[in-house]
Design a protein around this ligand. Structure first.
Ligand SMILES: *Cc1c(COP(=O)(O)O)cnc(C)c1O
Length: 469
């Protein structure tokens, strides 16, 4: 009888103990960095995997190899889940990549206010409770021409709040929820599951669709007004374009109708630019001051799209409409953080000082000329000389993205690397210590300098060398 243990049992005994792996983590400084329990979790997962592969008939790897695998996993964990990424896509407002980078002054203000206590809701003059929502309001009034302003967590929240607050006082005997009238051409999905019809329902309003997909007139809204009508809603088609036989009622017409019939007009502008976009070869996106001047009771927009600041939802409009939003119970649930208010105020200050184009990263990038982009892409090409045969600087068109200026592109220049396996290289670029997101067109990996931040050149070039090699 052969009583030697089966090979699997012998191999299983070779698997190192968790203490030995823990010591390896400590030696590399990863135990101190991550803490005991996260390291143990990785060790247990790794040892389980080794045990399973041995049970399936595999040989136990050498202890040093298992240690190296652990250290690799722990190094990935130590980078953290939320990481900086080099955006080489050329898409300026990329929601998946966190939308706007922030100006130095914005970052400085957020860091200074985050560090200590603040007068967020405290009046220093009177020594008692003050107003959280007053902090950015003055600048927003000056920059948009609106009577008052309110900042909440994001624009989706702002829309919900606007509808909830302005639909509130329909007669209780009206026999149903207050109604919001909207054009069939504006029942849009913004992305991330934000669908205007769903938001309307969630805000306790009923939706009344008017017009057709491509053409809606002021008279369509007028014909739909009934005893329960509370709001005329206009939603900017942020992320798609319609062309051809298209008509929308002008906001001015809706405002005239609202005034005549005692209805509120809410304008969800989405991106909400303070500066005109046309001078940069972009279409003319409606500006916030224009929409306020058209007479909307409330205009809502995002803090982190074309405004170029931190994530926020901004409501501007009539004093009385803003007051109703402020006192609505939902506002407490949507309230904005002190760090955001500090950052938003610093971003708005760039507009007030007339330096938005020079200081706000999104606008600095919009204003870059094709020549400047070609020069930077050319420097990258030279720095990588010999790495990829056929590397060139290519004319490309880059989208603004993030629900802004649909169908509009900026003429850009990108470094193009023709590669036999661009997808594999793109995957390695995303996986690196400095992750890079690039785009692939016609078998070439494209790196658009417009969205690569100043100071990221060396990291980008290092990442490309590592991923191609
Ligand atoms: C982007 C957008 C929203 C959502 O704004 P968030 O700031 O992402 O919440 C809503 N409406 C329109 C028209 C938009 O473009």
């Amino acid at each position: 009888m052969d009583d030697r243990p089966a090979p699997a049992a012998e191999e299983l005994r070779k698997i190192p103990k968790s203490d030995r792996l823990l010591a390896a983590a400590e030696r590399e400084g990863l135990l101190a960095q991550l803490g005991h329990e996260p390291v143990m979790q990785e060790i247990r997962a790794l040892l389980d995997a080794v045990r399973n592969s041995v049970r399936d008939g595999g040989a136990c790897p050498a202890p040093a190899a298992i240690e190296a695998r652990l250290v690799g996993r722990l190094e990935v964990a130590a980078r953290g889940s939320l990481r900086g990424v080099i955006n080489a896509t050329g898409i300026l407002i990329h929601t998946n990549l966190g939308r706007s980078p922030l100006s130095e002054e914005t970052i400085g203000a957020m860091s200074a206010i985050g560090r200590g206590y603040t007068n967020l809701e405290y009046s220093l003059g009177e020594g008692r409770r003050g107003d959280r929502y007053g902090h950015a309001a003055d600048a927003l009034r000056r920059l948009t021409g609106a009577e008052d302003a309110l900042v909440v967590n994001n624009n989706a929240a702002a829309v919900m709040l606007a509808l909830g607050a302005l639909s509130g006082d329909r007669p209780a005997d009206a026999g149903g929820p207050p109604e919001v009238i909207i054009s069939r051409g504006q029942l849009v999905e913004i992305g991330g599951g934000f669908r205007i019809p769903d938001v309307l329902r969630r805000s306790g309003c009923a939706l009344v669709e008017v017009g057709t997909t491509n053409r809606t007139y002021a008279r369509d809204y007028e014909a739909a007004i009934g005893p329960r009508t509370a709001i005329l809603l206009s939603v900017h088609r942020s992320n798609f374009a319609m062309s051809g036989f298209v008509h929308d009622a002008a906001l001015e017409e809706l405002c005239a109708l609202g005034r005549a019939r005692g209805l509120a007009v809410v304008d969800d502008l989405g991106s909400g630019t303070l500066l005109p976009t046309a001078p940069f070869g972009l279409g003319s996106e409606p500006t916030v001051p224009e929409r306020v001047a058209a007479g909307a009771d409330l205009v809502t927009f995002s803090g982190d799209k074309l405004l170029g600041g931190p994530q926020a939802g901004i409501l501007v409009g009539r004093r009385e409409a803003i007051a109703r939003c402020r006192s609505h119970p939902l506002t407490r649930a949507l309230r904005v953080d002190k760090v955001t208010l500090a950052g938003l105020s610093a971003t708005l200050a760039h507009y007030e000082r007339g330096e938005a184009l020079a200081k706000i990263p999104i606008w600095r990038a919009i204003a870059l000329s094709p020549e400047a982009l070609a020069e930077r892409a050319g420097r990258w090409r030279e720095a990588l000389a010999g790495l990829v045969p056929g590397a060139s600087v290519r004319e490309v068109a880059s989208a603004v993205g993030g629900g802004s200026l649909p169908g509009v592109t900026l003429p850009s220049r990108a470094l193009a690397l023709p590669l036999p396996d661009p997808d594999a290289v793109a995957a390695r670029l995303r996986d690196g210590a400095a992750p890079v997101v690039a785009r692939i067109e016609e078998g070439a990996l494209l790196f658009d300098p417009r969205t690569v931040q100043p100071g990221e050149d060396e990291s980008l070039l290092g990442a490309i060398r590592a991923a191609v090699a």
